[in-house]
Design a protein around this ligand. Structure first.
Ligand SMILES: [Zn+2]
Length: 384
């Protein structure tokens, strides 16, 4: 049932109808009871949390990535985040990418926010699976020949490596396992992104966090918005504008992390390196993005055409937003909403933007590269 008028207005109209209609008191009473039943059930259905994944998937607001929502919320509520984002976009207008072929290595820590299962089962995914997810991420960012990342795009020259030294200097496999069984909200709903179902992003990250100036924090969660690790939001991240802040880090459904062909991790870490969706500015898929200046509008990358987001498929044909160019120019991009099977590339301009984000905004990861070397404590070293 779709209610397009305020609830109180419908009640008023119903009472006016009853008062002005010539019916017996009994009939009026029966109609009134029937209307009350309809209104109460309609109101209750609006209050019931979504549990059916089909409801989430078919919702007109359904998206697979929570970036736009959380990023825009922060732009509106956090002046520092907004300013850093504007500064970066302005900086990029006159930025000349260095010609050196440096490879940037980002130390990451993976927080497995599990529901009490044994390691390797359920939401407590195995170390092998985590390694597999990181491997596939690097195959895509480095465009490794013969891998799923070997598309027509470029080698972005950014790698992600599980930290081998923790914040206390101890050796680590870069994985932190957090038993969330004591948190009933998380156990029932997971973490919230676009709804109020689940613990907040801040509460999630307050539970487990490594220094956000030295490590990129990845959170693998059991559910997002009560989606039972199914349809709906698959993950979200913030721009590099969040670097060093308590809320920085990427959140993803853990059950999808190691799936071969799943591109969510790559997509979200693209956001973490300041990449917009290639359809940025498409008004929720309703109109073509503005395109009078490709370096300051849309996704700020001139080698991705303005377009309307793909709807989870590998569409063919021409792009009505760009004078009839081929949709091939965007459906393979990791930052579109095309299906994972289509995605195999970042463009040269996206690489420039991502390299600037890591070498300028997130440069403290590189200075802290000691996270990549595990220095064992030995008696010889202690004697010196
Ligand atoms: Zn996204």
């Amino acid at each position: 049932m779709i209610i397009t008028q305020p609830f109180s207005e419908l009640v008023r109209l119903a009472l006016v109808f009853l008062c002005t209609t010539k019916l017996t008191i009994m009939k009026k009473t029966n109609i009134l009871l029937l209307l009350m039943l309809v209104f109460v059930s309609a109101a209750f259905s609006q209050l019931t949390p979504l549990k059916n994944t089909n409801q989430l998937n078919n919702s007109s607001t359904s998206e697979s990535c929570g970036f736009d929502h959380v990023h825009n919320m922060l732009l509106n509520s956090n002046a520092d985040y907004r300013q850093r984002t504007e500064d970066f976009n302005n900086f990029m207008k006159s930025y000349n990418a260095p010609k050196s072929g440096a490879t940037y290595v980002v130390p990451v820590v993976v927080h497995v926010m599990h529901k009490g299962e044994a390691v390797g089962t359920g939401s407590n995914i195995s170390e092998v699976d985590i390694n597999q997810g990181i491997l596939q991420l690097n195959e895509r960012f480095r465009k490794i020949p013969g891998s799923l990342g070997d598309g027509n795009g470029v080698d972005v020259d950014i790698e992600f490596a599980l930290a081998v030294r923790d914040p206390n200097g101890n050796c680590t496999n870069g994985i932190v396992r957090v038993d969330m069984t004591g948190n009933s909200t998380y156990m029932n709903f997971g973490v919230q992104a676009q709804t109020s179902n689940g613990i907040t992003d801040a509460a999630l990250k307050a539970t487990s966090r490594w220094n956000t100036l030295e490590y990129y924090n990845i959170y693998l969660v059991s559910e997002i918005d009560d989606n039972e690790c199914g349809f709906g939001i698959q993950g979200y991240a913030y721009f590099a504008s969040a670097h060093g802040q308590s809320y920085d880090g990427m959140v993803q459904l853990g059950c999808k992390f190691a799936q071969s062909g799943n591109t969510t991790l790559t997509h979200e870490l693209g956001h973490a390196m300041n990449l917009y969706h290639t359809f940025e500015g498409d008004n929720n898929g309703n109109s073509c993005p503005s395109n009078t200046s490709c370096s300051s509008q849309g996704d700020r990358c001139c080698d991705t055409p303005p377009h309307i987001r793909s709807a989870s498929n590998c569409v063919t044909g021409t792009n009505s937003c760009d004078g009839g160019s081929s949709k091939e120019l965007f459906i393979h991009n990791y930052m579109d909403y095309s299906s994972d099977a289509c995605q195999s590339e970042f463009t040269a301009d996206q690489k420039v933007r991502a390299n600037a984000a890591i070498s300028v905004t997130r440069a403290s990861y590189l200075a802290a590269n000691g996270n990549m070397a595990c220095l064992l404590y030995t008696s010889d070293a202690a004697d010196e």
